[in-house]
Design a binder for this molecule. Sequence first.
Ligand code: FAD
Ligand code: SF4
Length: 494
Amino acid sequence: SGKKPVFAFRDTPRRMPARIPLELRRGGDWSELYGHFGEAEAQHQAGRCLDCGNPYCSWKCPLHNYIPNWLELAREGRLSEAAALAHETNPLPEVCGRVCPQDRLCEGSCTLNDGFGAVTIGAVEKYIADRALAEGWRPDLSKVAPTGKRVAVIGAGPAGLSCADRLARAGIEATVFDRYEQIGGLLHFGIPSFKLDKSVLATRREVLEGMGVRFRLGVEVGRDLGLDALLARYDAVFLGLGSYRYTDGGLPGQDLKGVLPALPFLVHNGRLVHGDDEAHGKPIAGWEDHVDLPDLRGKRVVVLGGGDTGMDCVRSAVRLGAAQVACAYRRDEANMPGSRREVANAREEGVQFLFNRQPLELLGEHGAVTGVRVAQTRLGEPDARGRRRAEPIPGSDSVLAADVVIIAFGFQPDPPHWLAAHGIELEGDGRIRVLRTNEGCATRRRGPGDALPYQTTNPRVFAGGDGVRGADLVVTAAFEGREAAAGIARLLLG
Ligand code: FAD
Ligand code: SF4
């Protein structure tokens, strides 16, 4: 604390918290990769912020966190104030601090990237929230008057949890329903524990329950309980359903033994690692067929796909003792969607990256996979999302030998059939239609002028997260849950 040294950004190098040693990771250690800052280290790292006046980091953060302000509070050791300010915009700061691709978001736009190294924004955000919560800090709702309004939140993923947090802060009682017995959605059963320790979710559950949020877990809406019953009992409903239809790429040979879809593979390992048994929750789509996953020890594993899910698969395969792990991706490294930091960690753990490789078919013998035929690609014109298309080069085929192939091509929306019966319309690709969004601080209307943020075509039903955007990020789901709660509060309270 004390007066901020003017040249801290130059005199103190950027430093992340210490990581688990490589030999432990390769030896099957599933602990969170990054450790924790101590108080002095957090203060030094936070003190590197230039407070540059026009905080590009805040603009680039989808939640528009007050980053320079809580960095300064952390530097001064004013932890409770820093935690309160961090929670003002982010209902899940300890989660985002861990899993956001900061190199593409806040840290990627830090002014210090001009050679000094960005402020370690994510690690300080994690420090503030972890430490304040461990010391007993909790959101102060003492001035919040109950309104008597009640909202059902379907889905306990980051969108649903963020919505519930904001509703509680507005004096609206939130009850969160999830088909799983655990809160977190993909935070719990998709993202491996080396990126997010599951105790973080237990703490967040306790915080939310302390704010008055109720959880009804192990309840699948549409099967155990109808949306009509929820609309009868609650004033409004929020849908944070996620996006789970697996994209298999339609490759010939995908039914061979040893070819696995990414999410069941990750769910299976997650269950083994953090001890969930089969009684915990109902199976997720596709999971039932893949309980029998192979032992990867000594095997050659090829992962197809270069997003966050692909990175989690390669790094899980390393921890499961695979002899060789390769990631094949159809574009080049610059166009890869996965976080740069995760790619660097995977490389360090021994993963081989094969860029510009388009899988053509899976090859097998006696019903079991033996390899992947791939074509070399070159990059063509940008597609609708601005990413350059991968075009296979004729005659460039080669075969990657593999005992196990994991397909991580991403997820498509899988809206439940019961939405239509309640007047909830979909976009052409299956995403839930909302009439207004608040992207990047700019309101975008897609429906009537008086539509509320994240309101669906049923005025009492709101939606956000992957079910609305398509598979994306934790921080964007948290943003949409937060903004939808503001829309719900306007509907119910005026
Ligand atoms: P989800 O997290 O999918 O939660 C939806 C919840 O709704 C689930 O719990 C589901 O059980 C429940 N639900 C659905 N239908 C019903 C129903 N009918 N009744 C009751 N409950 C229901 N993002 C990052 O920012 N960083 C990362 O490092 C990262 N890594 C990822 C790794 C993997 C393997 C995957 C698959 C995704 C990753 N993501 C990452 C993306 C991120 O996890 C998602 O964008 C985010 O979780 C979406 O939040 P959500 O709340 O919309 O949905
Ligand atoms: Fe950065 Fe994510 Fe935190 Fe925003 S929420 S400041 S993008 S780590």
